[in-house]
Design a protein around this ligand. Structure first.
Ligand code: GDP
Ligand code: ZN
Length: 304
């Protein structure tokens, strides 16, 4: 962790913070493990290392459903794993080709960002590889919903990098993207002379094995931090229910209160204003299909 003078202090966690989960009488209990971005209280050891004894209350955080642990009974619940805390922005980094732009994956990440109340932005990298104006079409698509979209080529150093810097300034920003899209290349352009101050937090991977996932938080300027989550490919956001999912689709919000039933999940209920908006072309079919796909995964999770 970093102290108030930006010194990097290697810390361990005291007692009850050490294990992420505790198995008691065949039931799992979640323990509060420090996550990257946490503000902590610690004691200094004589050798300069520290021991964390308190994690301060989090403004917000992103989390996902934790892996299932062998030998525990779940009774339908999945535990929550905090990936990063006290955040302002999410940058979803994608590429237009190699790998191909995947709007389903973008929509899942938007849901994760919206459910944690983050300011969501999208980067479409590798514009040098596109054939027609594919990237511009997706930019218009997401900007119409209200998200800022930056088309860049990290390879050619083309794009509105100043615009990205303006959003990052004095904020804590998470960068998220599938491997190979060029997230590292982008970070290197944004912060070429970065003297990395890196914090590491180990967690479990979603394979259920104890392989390490590392989140890195880098202080890039005064009050400006970026978090990279290199080990995390997909997230399965925690706390999303079929009742609240629609609220994380920003363009659905004006219609949701107009649905006949306040428990409407916008699938086939009569008097659904969201479905009507899809039929009128006010909500795009693409986004509505993403909504249904995520809704089905949320519903399946209820029946473990
Ligand atoms: P990461 O896994 O998301 O961190 O991606 P990297 O930054 O490691 O880049 C993955 C690959 O894509 C590397 O071979 C890069 O050289 C390449 N790459 C990154 N940005 C661009 C770009 O704008 N255009 C092209 N054509 N290739 C790129
Ligand atoms: Zn509805």
């Amino acid at each position: 962790m970093l102290d108030e003078n930006d010194n990097l202090i290697r810390c361990s966690l005291r007692g009850k913070f050490q294990k992420e989960y505790e198995l008691k009488k065949d039931k799992l209990y979640k323990l509060d493990l420090a996550a990257v971005g946490d503000f902590v209280e610690y004691e200094k050891n004589a050798d300069g290392t520290g021991v964390i004894y308190k994690i301060r209350e989090r403004k917000n955080y992103i989390s996902r459903k934790a892996p299932r642990i062998k030998g525990a009974s779940y009774r339908g619940e999945r535990l929550e794993q905090v990936l990063a805390a006290n955040l302002d922005n999410l940058f979803i980094v994608t590429s237009i080709r190699k790998p191909a732009f995947n709007n389903r994956s973008v929509d899942r990440l938007i849901v994760a960002g919206e459910s944690s109340h983050l300011n969501v932005n999208i980067v479409i990298n590798k514009s040098d590889l596109q054939k027609k104006n594919e990237a511009e079409e997706w930019k218009n698509f997401y900007e119409e919903i209200g998200y800022k979209v930056f088309i860049i080529s990290s390879k050619n150093s083309e794009g509105d990098f100043d615009g990205i810097h303006n959003i990052l300034n004095e904020k804590v920003t998470v960068f998220w993207g599938h491997s190979g899209v060029g997230k590292s290349s982008l970070l290197n352009i944004l912060f070429p002379h970065l003297n990395l101050k890196v914090r590491e937090v180990s967690s479990y991977s979603n394979k259920g094995k104890h392989t390490t996932v590392t989140s890195l938080m880098e202080k890039v300027k005064d009050n400006t931090f970026v978090i990279d989550t290199p080990g995390v490919r997909e997230i399965d956001p925690y706390g999303i229910t079929k009742e609240n999912l629609g609220f994380y689709f920003a363009e659905f919000k004006p219609y949701i209160n107009e649905c006949k039933f306040n428990t409407c999940t916008h699938q086939h209920e009569p008097g659904c204003a969201v479905i009507e908006a899809v039929e009128n072309g006010e909500i795009s079919l693409e986004r509505y299909e993403s909504y249904l796909l995520i809704l089905h995964t949320v519903e399946e999770d209820l029946f473990f």
